[in-house]
Design a protein around this ligand. Structure first.
Ligand code: 5GP
Length: 175
């Protein structure tokens, strides 16, 4: 089954914005080391591109949480699938996320990480859907605000497909 995908943010727009975010983070953390926490699977494309644009000593680790839901809606119940390999105690942690939607997944994850005593803990999300927020959470670094539409590409999936699109698109119809 194929879907019609309408482009929302071009490959060039996304790449340029990631470059800007990398430069901003490089400036904000000057003289420091960064521990980048990539949430699987959606943020992996973004995290790798962002890491390449941060000109500071950097470690990359992965974490996976899942929220139960019907595919396009999260239910609010979250569980840990894969934990980090390394301790974050005393480190400058930046959580890299694909999209903040209701905010439930992130608030669960940030609470867990906060308890592990990082030196600093910030959130960087490629996309933000502020209209959909249920939990009060705001990213420290945001790539783009998007409207309340189901988006795919650049790591984001629809039933595990379309992660490999180099741009951000909206699933319009099935055909
Ligand atoms: P939240 O807990 O903020 O509601 O949901 C966050 C997670 O839901 C994201 O990490 C992402 O995996 C998924 N999600 C939310 N909105 C979208 C969307 O528009 N497209 C895709 N592909 N996933 C989404």
């Amino acid at each position: 089954m194929n879907h019609k995908i309408r482009e929302l943010l071009s490959e060039e727009e996304v790449d340029n914005r990631i470059r800007q975010l990398g430069e901003q983070i490089t400036k904000d953390y000057e003289g420091e080391e960064i521990f980048l926490v990539c949430t699987l699977k959606g943020a992996s494309f973004f995290a790798c591109e962002l890491a390449k644009r941060i000109a500071l000593p950097l470690t990359l680790d992965f974490i996976a949480v899942a929220s139960y839901g019907d595919g396009t809606q999260s239910s609010g119940e979250v569980r840990m699938i894969k934990d980090l390999d390394e301790s974050i105690e005393g480190k400058n942690v930046i959580v890299v996320e694909d999209i903040v939607d209701t905010g439930r997944t992130l608030s669960y994850l940030m609470e867990i990480l906060k308890k592990r005593n990082p030196r600093t803990l910030k959130l960087c999300s490629l996309l933000d859907k502020p209209e959909r927020r249920v939990v009060d959470i705001q990213a420290d670094y945001t790539g783009f605000e998007v409207p309340d539409l189901f988006v795919v590409g650049y790591g984001l999936d629809y039933a595990q497909r379309y992660r490999n699109l180099p741009y951000i698109g909206v699933v319009e119809s099935e055909g």
